[in-house]
Write a protein that binds this ligand. Structure first.
Ligand code: Z5A
Length: 208
């Protein structure tokens, strides 16, 4: 692939959406061709799957959840991500496979070495495309509660409480420890500008 694929991950409300937009603006200002997208979502069908998986009124098993996220990802890869990478663009994606490994794997009692079935499913959904760089925005979930309280709870995952958020955090940190080359951890509690500088440095190191 000629392009580069960068994903943003972390606990709910850590600042992914804020940072991904700022990075997209900075790269665009430098003349780079950038595609900004998100998961679940990014295509018409994947956005419809998003409405199902985030619906607070629906009870879904973890396996059903995982398969729905993968179905949305398959669409997203074929329609948006792969064509953009083949055209040499920088693809910035708000959440991707590491969210599946954490939300549908590590928070469900699996360890990093027990993610094979999810990794295999992901391989099929992505046709083997993996991020070149993954930025994990890390913070103590208690510290993020204030930001979240201001916005209110909006989906099934945000509804699950502090223990769940702490498990999420531990999950992302475990993935980062297992893949330090790809996954970089940034302190999300710094100011928006300071966080952005750290991420931009990582992105520039990748893009050269
Ligand atoms: N999910 C899954 O289970 N499996 C999968 O495979 C995938 C996803 C792909 C998608 O939700 C859900 O799907 C997600 C995982 C699950 N679970 N949840 N919840 P989403 O995309 O709707 O939500 P999110 O990814 O968690 O994003 P978010 O809640 O919108 O948060 P964010 O994007 O990380 O944060 P933000 O909106 O940029 O910032 C939050 C607030 O903090 C906002 O008011 C900002 O102005 C403020 N902010 C941001 N940065 C700062 C700093 N540095 N200082 C102070 N204030 C700040």
């Amino acid at each position: 692939m000629k392009g580069k694929f960068i994903t943003f991950e972390g606990v709910d409300g850590a600042g992914k959406s804020t940072q991904i937009k700022l990075i997209a603006d900075r790269l665009t200002a430098e003349g780079k061709a950038v595609v900004l997208t998100r998961e679940p979502g990014g295509t018409g069908i994947a956005e419809r799957v998003r409405n199902i998986v985030l619906d607070v009124g629906l009870q879904l098993s973890v396996r059903t959840e995982a398969l729905l996220f993968m179905a949305a990802r398959s669409e997203h890869i074929e329609q948006i991500i792969k064509p953009a990478l083949m055209a040499g663009k920088v693809v910035l994606c708000d959440r991707f496979c590491d969210s599946t490994f954490v939300y549908q794997g590590l928070t469900q009692g699996k360890t990093v070495t027990e993610l094979d079935s999810l990794r295999n499913l992901n391989l099929q959904a992505t046709d083997g495309i993996m991020p070149d760089l993954t930025v994990v925005l890390d913070a103590d979930p208690k510290e993020l509660l204030l930001r979240r309280d201001a916005r209110g709870v909006t989906d099934r995952f945000e509804n699950k409480g502090l223990d769940f958020q702490e498990n999420l955090r531990a999950g992302f940190l475990a993935l980062a420890q297992a893949e330090p080359q790809r996954i970089k951890v940034v302190n999300a509690l710094d100011s928006v500008e300071a966080v952005n500088e750290q991420i931009f440095t990582l992105v520039k190191n990748l893009l050269g």
